[in-house]
Design a binder for this molecule. Structure first.
Ligand code: PLP
Ligand code: COI
Length: 364
């Protein structure tokens, strides 16, 4: 495809952040606050298709107040990490999966599909130019945020005719302040994240906007994250605001909610399913009710619950709170299988364990 071979013009930053300033920013980056020197942009219009691919200094994006994204929220994004491997090289984890999901999100939001090759090229370009921003600390990574929005200046309600695709990068440590410690979850019984036929399986900004009032409620209740139930029956556990969920039982089975179109098909979720199945574990993608979650935690049949995602990696859930009370999972600390899956996944991601699935894509 001609557009996949689109060349990037490279206009490096003329005033890079000084080495000592960068070093102090990378000492404790937190999540999503420290940004690198550059960004990638590619434009799309009906007439020209994908064009004007650039790597430039990271800078504000001039925008007309009538740009349609500001009104109708036609926007999608991805989240992925570049790692520094044990041998000093840099690598991406399953980037083709992000490229594919980005294309699928675009289809759902009536946006143009960015060819997967071009997506992959764009993320490689930013990692190549900003590789010094990968923190050396354990758990540190360069979080890449490819996104696309409707930039057409038009207030009519229809799919826009012009889009801007951008990739920015952020040096990150752990997503949660407590690092890998168990988190607490607030179960939202009032608000839904996604309904059948809606946009739940797409990674669009609107899903996160819809989750924020429930996330704010979770924070108010002293919890780290919100868990959503299905919109139709308010019965089945779906996922967290920004992570998928797994449940580990006493009899050795592992359950995660199925991909019915209302939850995000997480790449970490898929990786854990693969790892667990290949370890001979009995893994099931099946609905699990909030009622059972509570009863099983109380009876001891449920041993562990963990959340997973690019930002959160694998994070144990210790406490679950809801309007009528709360319950603890296991001892309230990280369980054995959670720790084993975290180790198995991160060892592959960091290049310290064999990678039989060819998930790790080295850049250099
Ligand atoms: N669910 C939601 C709502 C998310 O935002 C994310 C994070 O991207 C995930 C699940 C996990 O997806 P992944 O493992 O691909 O990062
Ligand atoms: C990610 O894990 O990449 C996400 O998009 C989730 C968000 C909570 C940062």
């Amino acid at each position: 495809m001609a557009q996949a071979t689109l060349d990037f013009s490279i206009e490096p930053h003329s005033n890079l952040v000084a080495d000592d300033v960068r070093a102090s920013l990378l000492a404790d980056p937190g999540f999503g606050r420290v940004f690198t020197d550059h960004m990638v942009t590619i434009r799309h219009s009906i007439d020209k298709g994908w064009h004007d691919a650039k790597v430039t200094a990271r800078a504000p994006i001039p925008m007309d107040p009538a740009a349609s994204v500001l009104h109708y929220a036609q926007e999608i994004f991805e989240g992925m990490k570049a790692y520094r491997l044990a041998d000093g090289s840099t690598a991406l984890f399953r980037p083709e999966e992000n490229a594919r999901r980005f294309r699928e999100s675009a289809v759902r939001m009536a946006m143009p599909e960015l060819p997967e090759d071009l997506f992959l090229k764009s993320v490689r370009r930013i990692v190549e130019i900003d590789r010094d921003w990968i923190p050396a600390s354990e758990g540190g990574a360069l979080y890449l945020r490819p996104f696309m929005f409707a930039s057409e200046v038009f207030l009519g309600v229809r799919p826009a005719h012009e889009y801007l695709y951008v990739v920015i990068a952020s040096s990150v440590g752990a997503y949660f302040k407590g690092g890998a410690k168990a988190i607490s979850i607030w179960v939202s019984q009032d608000y839904s994240r996604a309904a059948p036929g809606g946009t739940g399986a797409a990674k669009c900004g609107g899903n996160y906007a819809a989750s924020l009032v429930a996330q704010a409620q979770a924070t108010e209740k002293g919890c780290d994250q919100v868990a959503f139930l299905d919109a139709a029956e308010r019965r089945w556990v779906e996922e967290l605001g920004g992570m998928n969920l797994f449940f580990v039982f006493e009899d050795g089975t592992i359950v995660t909610p199925p991909l019915t179109g209302t939850i995000l098909p997480g790449i970490t979720r898929d990786s854990i399913l693969t790892l667990a199945r290949d370890q001979g574990l009995d893994v099931r993608e099946e609905p699990y009710s909030f009622e059972d979650w509570r009863a099983d935690a109380e009876s001891g049949r449920l041993l562990e619950t963990f959340a997973c995602g690019t930002a959160a990696v694998v994070t144990p859930v210790g406490t679950v709170r809801f309007a009528g009370g709360e319950f603890e999972i296991g001892s309230g600390q990280a369980g054995q299988l959670t720790e084993r899956m975290r180790q198995a996944l991160t060892s592959i991601q960091r290049g310290v364990a064999p990678d039989p699935y060819s998930w790790v894509k080295r850049l250099s």
